[in-house]
Design a protein around this ligand. Structure first.
Ligand SMILES: NC(=O)c1ccc[n+]([C@@H]2O[C@H](COP(=O)([O-])OP(=O)(O)OC[C@H]3O[C@@H](n4cnc5c(N)ncnc54)[C@H](OP(=O)(O)O)[C@@H]3O)[C@@H](O)[C@H]2O)c1
Length: 233
């Protein structure tokens, strides 16, 4: 039976590019796309071709309480999850004195808490099924980013939770990868650096190709460590 691949943040940017890449894999039969924007998800579907069965799931990941039933529904409908790509991310860059509780809560809810609960629920249903999870952190989580404190701290949390869970889940059949992309030409990057020329930085398709490589069955040697993905100029 083919694999079931679930991708958050699939309505644009790196998540869309990853969905296109994963749908080219012969061994992936079902791709579940999660994001809020139904139009964005439809745009991703139209770029994916018709080899895999595609399931669009418009969902706001800030609704943490709904995530257990979201995962349960996916597992019941498709028999389980083999590949989980936690790509969704939120950034509203503010300097320290402009950082509000709402900004902190929203940033950590999407970037950290939703990811953690998705992983928890996938693990709950995995029942020894071999699976791979890929979490998208950021180079902002490992080097200082003055003016982006909430985002940077949330990405550092992703690096930490991934390393912890890679050990906690070792032996369960679930492998966890973390990537930290550098500057990538997407909407989120435009928010962080509005004056930058998007053609001068890494493209989402380049990150998606790394994701595909890590999630291949042949990749058995990396696990948990933070992998930096950066275009060498
Ligand atoms: N671009 C960069 O330079 C860069 C560098 C390092 C790391 N990253 C990380 O890469 C990941 C992808 O970002 P991107 O650059 O591709 O940005 P993007 O184009 O802005 O995409 C962000 C994705 O997250 C989804 N999302 C945001 N809030 C959501 C919510 N409440 N519920 C469900 N989905 C939500 C968005 O979908 P909807 O709006 O449709 O909900 C969208 O699909 C993020 O984790 C980001 O932090 C990006």
């Amino acid at each position: 039976m083919g694999k079931v691949c679930v991708i958050t943040g699939a309505s644009q940017g790196i998540g869309r590019a990853a969905a296109i890449e994963m749908s080219k894999r012969e061994d992936v039969d079902v791709v579940v796309l999660i994001a809020r924007s139904a139009d964005g998800l439809a745009g991703t579907v139209s770029a994916m071709g018709d080899r895999a069965k595609i399931h669009q799931l418009p969902y706001d990941l800030s609704d943490l309480d709904g995530i257990p039933s979201l995962v349960e529904d996916i597992c019941r409908e498709h028999g389980g999850i083999d590949l989980l790509l936690n790509v969704a991310g939120y950034a509203d860059p503010r300097s320290l004195l402009d950082t509000t509780a709402d900004n902190l809560v929203q940033t950590f809810t999407i970037n950290v808490f939703a990811m953690l609960i998705l992983i928890r629920e996938m693990a709950r249903f995995s029942d020894g099924r071999p699976a791979k999870i890929l979490n998208v952190a950021s180079t902002a989580g490992i080097t200082p980013r003055p003016g982006w404190v909430a985002y940077a701290a949330s990405k550092a949390a992703v690096v930490s939770l991934s390393a912890t869970l890679a050990e906690e889940l070792a032996g369960s059949g679930i492998k966890i990868y973390t990537i930290s992309p550098g500057r990538t030409a997407t909407e989120l990057r435009r928010k962080l650096a509005p004056d930058e020329d998007p053609t001068s930085i890494m493209q989402p398709e380049q990150v998606a190709r790394v994701i595909r490589t890590l999630l291949s069955d042949d990749e058995l040697t990396l696990d948990g460590q933070n992998i930096i993905v950066r275009q060498q100029l």
